[in-house]
Design a protein around this ligand. Structure first.
Ligand code: NAP
Ligand code: F7E
Length: 323
């Protein structure tokens, strides 16, 4: 039985990846942080009565906790999905963002090098590493990277650390540059979930407006369960490498908002307000990915933009009071 560690197992992608690996017969070991309230809602269904699923308290910034788990489990695969993943928040907590997303990755790589060098390592890289205004889209593995946020910078540092451990120590250190991917499990402060939840609540008479920031940015939005399949595929290759994972389609935030409101028969302009507090000091204006490299391995996105919007709104109509 193969053993995998997932950092960030309580997050959107971590929870889907844990389900995928369990379905493939893996023993899954998830790292979660101790918080003052419960943060395990996305994995509660896995924790109860599942002998192949184990959780540990740990933090990427706490090296002893990470090396302790690695030396205990000696995993075949380590999926590093843990991160302070909110771009806007990264401007407010830049030091912590670099500590968890860059130094945290160094902590994992060093622990693997010393304690379990044959473990395969996956780093969750991000399209926020791109962002040079005027760069011709779509973006692929060779597009220049000049990040526009502390988050993007932290992910670029981790991307290069992953490359250095691959090249310098011959470790299986691989990475996917994932463009935005969404689902009903998306955190409520990301724009898609904020919109789908608000639209559902407005439709049900539980909320009367939706306050947003920049509606003009364009994002390449995919479906998270499909994107974790890409992560798994990247890890199963013979050699570590770099893969862009994206849909190849881009839409403005405004289009997402309009699609969601019109799906429930409402006019967005009656409910949406703009507040500068949701805007960022720097913004990546356009994200559009070219996933042809991973498509050659057989991965292809299936869910279309309007299906993603509708699936998220449908879920929130059925669960309006869930966080
Ligand atoms: P998410 O829902 O925000 O989940 C992040 C996870 O990381 C949570 O489990 C969180 O724990 C954990 N975490 C945060 N700081 C940590 C720390 N210092 N030590 C250990 N764990 C920590 O993010 P996601 O959407 O699933 O994304 C997964 C990964 O892919 C992240 O690295 C993200 O940056 C990256 N990524 C995401 C996207 C996307 O569109 N979703 C695109 C490209 C890359 P708590 O539950 O305790 O907060
Ligand atoms: O913003 C605009 C905002 O926070 C998307 C993370 O998973 O994907 C995600 O980062 C866009 C931006 O995601 C609001 O300015 C407008 O242009 O949903 P988001 P993100 O910043 O693209 C990348 C690939 C990651 O790696 C990250 O981990 O929407 N926007 N109004 C707003 N955004 C938010 N959050 N809230 C608003 O009210």
């Amino acid at each position: 039985m193969k053993k995998a560690i997932i950092s960030g197992v309580t997050g959107q992608d971590g929870s889907y990846l844990a389900e995928l690996l369990l379905s493939k017969g893996y023993e899954v070991h998830g790292i979660m942080r101790r918080l003052s309230s419960f943060a395990s809602a996305r994995i509660d269904h896995l924790i109860v009565g599942n002998p192949n699923f184990h959780t540990y308290h740990g933090d990427l910034t706490d090296s002893p906790s990470i090396s302790g788990i690695i030396s205990e489990v000696k995993p075949d695969e380590f999926y590093n999905l843990g991160a302070m993943s909110h771009v806007k928040v990264s401007f407010e907590v830049p030091q912590y963002t670099l500590e968890s997303n860059a130094v945290g990755v160094l902590n994992v790589l060093e622990a693997l090098r010393k304690l379990s060098p044959h473990t395969k390592f996956y780093q969750a890289s991000s399209s926020e590493m791109f962002g040079v205004p005027g760069t011709p889209a779509p973006y692929n593995e060779n597009t220049p990277m000049i990040p526009q946020s502390p988050y993007g910078l932290s992910k670029l540092a981790a991307f290069h650390l992953t490359r250095q451990y691959r090249d310098g120590y011959g470790m299986f250190a691989t990475t996917g540059i994932l463009f935005n991917h969404e689902s009903p499990r998306r955190g409520g402060t990301f724009v898609t979930k904020k919109v789908s939840k608000a639209v559902a609540k407005i439709k049900l008479g539980l909320q009367d407006s939706l306050v947003l920031g920049n509606l003009d940015a364009k994002r390449d939005w995919g479906w998270a369960p499909e994107f974790v399949e890409a992560i798994y595929l990247i890890m199963q290759q013979e050699k570590p490498d770099i893969y862009v994972v994206a849909t190849g389609e881009t839409h403005t935030i405004r289009e997402f908002v309009e699609e969601a409101f019109s799906y429930v028969g409402l006019e967005s302009k009656k409910f949406v307000r703009i507040d500068d507090k949701y805007k960022r000091p720097n913004e990546v204006p356009l994200l559009l990915g070219d996933a042809s490299k991973i498509e050659k391995l057989g991965w292809k996105p299936k869910m279309k933009f309007h299906e993603i919007v509708r699936a998220m709104v449908d879920y929130d109509l059925a669960h309006p009071n869930e966080n």
